[in-house]
Design a binder for this molecule. Structure first.
Ligand code: GLY
Length: 353
């Protein structure tokens, strides 16, 4: 996989003009959703090259991350004369950059694309690292491929109008990057005041966070080894997310990850010796920012089944990424049912439920 260029923008219009100029292309296409068309596109007014671009607008949110929407993008590219040398710019959150990246990677066996993520979750995770795809057959990201964007432009101005729950959601992935990198980065993340955001400081944190992910992806682009570190918090987190969805009380992805981090740090404390005082600091932060995830012991079996069916596992063995310490990663760890149920007990107690 080629290395993608990740740019922390100083001036989005200039940075994008330069990125477009660096990629030889015949035609330019711009993918937006109904929200980013209205709210984010105006920030790109000054980009002269976009005057020539054909815009493709799709529905927003995960419900539109479908084969039908993908076909809509392919159809627009095809009928409007895109060639193998055309360039697609994806302006949106993780759903849009995943789908747009997949549309570009498969159209005429692959055309170049640029990602401009507009949510915190997409900036620090989805739009960086080359994972693209759509939901299929009731399963999230079931169809997709590894295919890096030529450039990813991080414009943190977009965060000024992002609602608080979506800031917190993206921040959980940043917390994960802190845990798998260094005590200094984790401490600056834990000390950051999400109640009264200093956007300059947040920009600095986003830049640092993305570097953590980039370094891991460069070493293992196709997730054969160390990239699994990025799954910390996600084995339990995905089960919480699926349970919430099944019970018609959906939660944002990052909230589930934050709760999953608490559970998987507890597992790390018990099995790989992760320090208790850092676990306590993370619990305090998660309880304060994300509140509790409500469930009872009647849900334990269901959560356990959901974890067994996670696509990261094989043969029904639940695979965890755990930590021995901050940045000290233990891949391919296992826990039996008794310990997992004990973890749920611990989580509920520490969240005060
Ligand atoms: N979101 C985890 C990864 O990109 O591998």
């Amino acid at each position: 996989m080629n290395k993608q260029e990740v740019i922390l923008c100083t001036h989005l219009a200039d940075n994008l003009s330069q990125a477009i100029a660096r990629i030889p292309h015949d035609r330019l296409f711009l993918l937006t959703d109904v929200h980013t068309h209205a709210l984010c596109l105006p920030l790109l007014r000054e980009v002269e090259a976009l005057g020539e671009a054909e815009e493709i607008i799709i529905g927003a949110e995960d419900v539109n991350k479908t084969l039908d929407t993908l076909a809509q993008v392919w159809t627009a590219l095809s009928t409007q004369g895109a060639s193998r040398k055309s360039l697609l710019i994806n302006l949106g959150g993780g759903m849009l950059t995943d789908l747009g990246g997949f549309a570009a990677s498969t159209f005429k066996r692959g055309i170049a694309f640029i990602n401009i993520p507009t949510t915190l979750l997409a900036m620090v995770d989805a739009a960086v690292g080359g994972k693209t795809g759509i939901n299929f057959n009731g399963l999230k990201n079931e169809i997709g491929c590894f295919s890096p964007a030529e450039s990813v432009l991080l414009e943190t101005q977009f965060l000024r109008t992002l609602d608080a729950p979506n800031i917190y959601s993206g921040y959980a992935e940043m917390l994960k990057h802190g845990l798998i990198s260094t005590p200094e980065h984790l401490n600056e993340l834990l000390a950051f005041d999400l109640g009264q955001i200093n956007y300059e400081q947040l920009k600095h944190l986003v830049g640092h966070s993305v570097k953590v992910k980039e370094e891991i992806v460069t070493n293992d682009p196709h997730e054969h080894g160390i990239r699994k570190a990025l799954n910390l918090g996600h084995t339990v987190g995905h089960a919480f997310e699926s349970l919430a969805l099944a019970e018609n009380r959906p939660v944002l992805h990052g909230y589930a990850v934050a709760w999953g981090l608490v559970c998987e740090l507890y597992l790390s404390y018990v099995t790989t010796g992760f320090p208790k005082e850092i676990l306590q600091q993370v619990i305090y932060f998660v309880r304060r920012v994300y509140g509790p995830f409500l469930f009872t012991c009647k849900h334990y079996e269901q959560l356990y089944e959901l974890m067994k069916h996670d696509k990261k596992n094989s043969n029904g063995v639940i695979n965890f990424t755990l930590l021995k310490g901050i940045g000290d990663i233990a891949l391919n760890q296992h826990a039996n049912q008794k310990l997992i149920f004990e973890t749920f007990d611990f989580f509920r107690e520490s969240m005060g439920i």
